[in-house]
Ligand binder design. Structure first.
Ligand SMILES: [Zn+2]
Length: 166
């Protein structure tokens, strides 16, 4: 794949216990997303099929990789079976949720509703409410903009394709 894939997803905000800096964290797989560039997917043993050999993520026969939806709508929808996925840590506090657009690059496994990629990075975050300043803080440190949720899809479509994969 030469062009990076554009997608939409949600994160939870998590805070470094020592510095109190805010970071984006996966809501199902609890990986912390990089502030300074591409996040690299790793296969978490709990996510791999029983007996699977260690492999680079994403693997077509596994569930690993950095996930995103093709469009914004499913990222906005409540997905009720998420707490059961992988049996992993789950933080359901909605006031810590962040929605944004990402690009995926490297090896990308495409599914009907989205994709999972080897490398991914946010390109724009939706700023939900002024009181939730962690989003603006994270976006500022990432060097990416925040827009209103209503502008997110259009902005991402115009902006995302300009970025180059690693
Ligand atoms: Zn895997």
């Amino acid at each position: 794949m030469t062009e990076p894939a554009l997608g939409f997803r949600r994160w939870a905000v998590t805070y470094d216990g020592r510095t109190h800096e805010a970071f984006l964290r996966g809501r199902v797989a609890p990986a912390i997303w990089a502030i300074d560039g591409w996040t690299d997917a790793q296969c978490v043993p709990a996510a791999a099929p029983e007996g699977a050999e260690p492999h680079d993520a994403p693997d077509r026969d596994c569930e690993c990789g950095l996930y995103a939806y093709h469009s914004l709508e499913p990222a906005l929808a409540r997905i009720h079976n998420e707490p059961q996925l992988l049996g992993m840590y789950w933080d359901n506090s909605e006031d810590r949720e962040v929605i944004g657009a990402v690009i995926g690059a490297g090896r990308v496994v495409v599914h009907g509703i989205g994709w999972r990629a080897q490398h991914a990075r946010p390109v724009v975050l939706a700023a939900p409410e002024a009181r939730f300043s962690a989003v603006a803080d994270i976006a500022g440190r990432m060097g990416i903009p925040t827009v209103s949720l209503g502008q997110l899809a259009r902005f991402a479509t115009e902006f995302g394709g300009r970025l180059r994969p690693p």
